[in-house]
Design a protein around this ligand. Structure first.
Ligand SMILES: [Zn+2]
Length: 79
């Protein structure tokens, strides 16, 4: 299972409590989205609720840390 599939499978919407998500990789240039989220990186994973469209943004470099992937996912999704 890829990281994207794990994100989609574990997603529970904080807005509508629905499950099921669409995961997209986003590459942004320096301005725009990276400034909105105030982070240095310009690659993102957007996880969008399939029910209401609520979207959460993650930093794939954090999620894909080689030895800590499971731990980080557990933190994000509350174990
Ligand atoms: Zn939702």
């Amino acid at each position: 299972m890829t990281l994207d599939e794990q994100l989609a499978a574990k997603f529970v919407c904080v807005k509508c409590k629905g499950s099921g998500a669409t995961v997209k990789r986003i590459a942004a240039t320096g301005a725009g989205i990276s400034r909105i989220f105030n982070i240095q990186h310009n690659k993102f994973v957007a996880v969008s609720c399939q029910q209401c469209g609520y979207t959460e943004i993650y930093n794939p470099e954090m999620l894909e840390g080689k030895d800590t992937r499971g731990d980080i996912l557990d933190v994000i999704f509350g174990g």
